[in-house]
Design a protein around this ligand. Structure first.
Ligand SMILES: *Cc1c(COP(=O)(O)O)cnc(C)c1O
Length: 390
């Protein structure tokens, strides 16, 4: 099928929630794919930080297909050895006590929100339900998570929104101190705001927030949906800041493309969400868990160091491009601020000429597969540099 045919089918049938780039991804290998017109394209986006092991990863495909041949789904009413093994592995590796599996980042955050509210209800009773999030954050598209998202343009059309969210300015510890009164049960933040424009949260601020949270028994929840699972060169990005959150959420790169999310909590919250208080039909699917187990096994210290080194290599290459004003982010999560050009227009030109690159607000954004090779980086930057320099 040609791109024109695919476009017509999709545009006449899908709800128009996305302004699609004019490209159809049909098959791939590593960080390179072939589109419907048989062009070879370098992928600096991996979905949106999802295909962490790239396309057609043999080990992951074997892990997934072996599980598929055994059993594809069991309800959470029953045990399954693959799910049990992965649950034990992810809690052991992350140092958290318990995990709840779900199917997306928004669901993982929903779980964290419910957990925080019940933790507080169990311990302190009613009216301690407020949750502080940051201005310019992004936490998902469900009713509670768009409310949690600290960007006004998400707070339209869908009234009434969920109550009990307050928005703090990132980096302003005085304001946070004032806001964190005895109605607050939790704070949710990203270590690097992804959709908000690859904006890092100040580490000193994070430490100060952690201190107040500890003093007041406010749960510190880190949304690691975009930053987690090796993306920044650590298993989870909060490790860079030297803080220890009570709850973290993960999704995007956790499943290499199979839908999966996770909410992990520390020992003090281990038994908050009891039987009947939360659940999911699909969450903790054995096939997704088999793939996720393969990914986690691959996130060795050596591989994490390679991710850091690749990030530095990309930064060095970007530093040679005059149009690049600044580069933000950690590891292989990079935001590129431009001097004069429009990021959206650059992304579109690149897409039509062999390179997929994302945007976030006014920046270009890179979330390449963690397995991207030096050759693929060089090829991609060459295309990018051509459109930045013309
Ligand atoms: C993408 C993202 C989400 C939402 O994840 P979905 O899987 O789309 O529901 C939540 N938080 C952050 C930080 C994200 O980047």
């Amino acid at each position: 099928m040609t791109l024109e045919n695919i476009k017509t089918q999709a545009d006449n049938s899908l709800m128009p929630t996305y302004a699609h780039f004019p490209i159809s991804i049909e098959s791939g290998n590593g960080a390179t794919f072939i589109d419907s017109e048989s062009n070879e394209v370098i992928d600096f986006g991996s979905g949106i930080g999802v295909n962490s092991l790239g396309y057609n990863n043999e080990g992951w495909i074997n892990a997934v297909t072996e599980q598929l041949k055994k059993v594809q789904h069991t309800s959470n009413l029953y045990y399954n050895s693959t799910v049990a093994e992965y649950a034990e592995m992810i809690t052991a590796k992350s140092g958290f006590s318990r995990v709840l599996f779900c199917n997306s980042g928004a669901e993982a955050n929903e779980c964290a929100i419910k957990l925080a509210r019940k933790y507080s209800f169990d311990k302190y009773g009613e009216n301690r339900y407020n949750i502080i999030t940051l201005v310019n954050s992004f936490h998902g598209r469900t009713m509670a998570t768009i409310t949690a998202t600290g960007q006004d343009h998400y707070h339209k059309f869908f009234d009434p929104f969920v109550g009990g969210f307050m928005y703090a300015e990132s980096g302003n510890i005085e304001q946070f101190t004032e806001m964190a009164d005895d109605t607050v049960c939790a704070v949710i933040l990203e270590i690097v705001q992804g959709e908000g424009g690859v904006v890092p949260t100040d580490f000193e601020y994070l430490k100060a927030v952690e201190k107040i949270c500890k003093e007041k028994d406010i749960l510190l929840i880190i949304d690691e949906v975009q930053t987690g699972m090796g993306r920044t060169g650590k298993l989870f990005a909060y490790e860079h800041a030297g803080i220890s959150p009570d709850v973290i959420t993960s999704a995007k790169g956790i499943g290499n493309g199979l839908p999966m999310g996770a909410c992990l909590c520390a020992e003090k919250c281990a038994e908050v969400l009891t039987a009947g208080t939360h659940g999911t039909t699909f969450g903790g699917n054995p096939v997704a868990c088999a793939g996720a187990k393969y990914i986690l096994n691959n996130l060795t210290d050596e591989f994490l160091n390679e991710i850091t080194a690749k990030g530095e290599y990309i930064r060095e290459k970007l530093a040679d491009i005059d149009e690049v004003k600044s580069v933000t982010g950690l590891g292989l999560m990079l935001g590129i601020e431009l001097k004069t050009k429009n990021a959206g227009e650059i992304a579109k030109k690149c897409c039509e000429n062999g390179l997929l690159i994302l945007t976030a607000k006014t920046k270009l954004r890179m979330l390449p597969p963690l397995v991207i090779t030096k050759e693929e980086i060089d090829k991609g930057i060459e295309i990018l540099s051509k459109y930045l320099c013309e």
